[in-house]
Design a protein around this ligand. Sequence first.
Ligand code: ADE
Ligand code: ZN
Length: 339
Amino acid sequence: MNAMTTFIEGLPKAELHLHIEGTLEPGLMFEIGRRNAIDLPFASVEGLRAAYRFRNLQDFLDIYYRGLQVLLTERDFYDLTWAYLEKVSKQNVLHTEIFFDPQAHTGRGVPFATVIGGIHRALLDGREKLGISAKIIMCFLRHLDQDDAMETLDQALPYKDRIVAVGLDSTETGHPPDKFKDVFDRARREGFLAVAHAGEEGPAAYVWQAVDVLHVARVDHGNRCLDDEALVGHLARTRMPLTVCPLSNLKLGVVKDLKSHPLREMMEKDLLVTVNSDDPAYFGGYVNENYRAVQQALGLTKGQLYGLARNSFRASFLGPLEKEAFIARLDRYVARNRA
Ligand code: ADE
Ligand code: ZN
């Protein structure tokens, strides 16, 4: 194996932008679908994979919301989460912060408790059996209205100790962050941190709103911030983390190829960027494949890869001592593998 690939594989890292429903591999989708007697509009795993060609975010979301309908029971959510943890523990992901979309399930009659119960139980097993640390972030679907998000927040309150933050995802264009000001205000008063997808397809103005109106602690994607120099300055000065997802950007047409991916420019502008997989079952790679793809396309050095992995711990919602311990482990790895 190529030396850079080996270096990336062993690199201790955190993943901060990962939709658990986006880790549903075709094989598991068919297996769970069979178990629950739910027909998929595809004859085979190959047929399903062939449909994974997206012109934009909405094309992808249409398939993503179709696929997740096989998930019904606590065991389904457990199996889904466990499969992800097993994969990324082999990729040296030491800590992961996982999004889930409760409304995509409660809207189909699956109780909130079933969803959070299965995910949480898998995370407990992940810590015990794989030594992987994890947190859960609950996203509101922005194509739905704020009242629906409020109801979802009500349902989440009994599980406050299991959910570190609220987020905002789904169709970005036409659904600016300020549509959700009140529910984010309330969530923060209840003690949740906040994150939001912004500047994936939407304009730099949406990134400003995520920061100024929703008071996010991280911006998910954020690519379009580069259109606004004042915004870039602000994000750099405030050390606002951006959770960047290179293969997702490629597959959804946010960038035309990886050589023109803005990650390098973001690093040069001193932004606190991290590399993540978003929806790995749909975009052709987990977190290490994302590191590898940008390393190759942008010619990143080991020093720069180290910087990205370090940022992943810094930008996490871990406490300061936990961050320090993970970064010390990363530093030891890099000292041993620098040459
Ligand atoms: N839901 C799952 N993946 C998403 C993405 N990349 N952007 C917005 N919503 C999503
Ligand atoms: Zn995402």
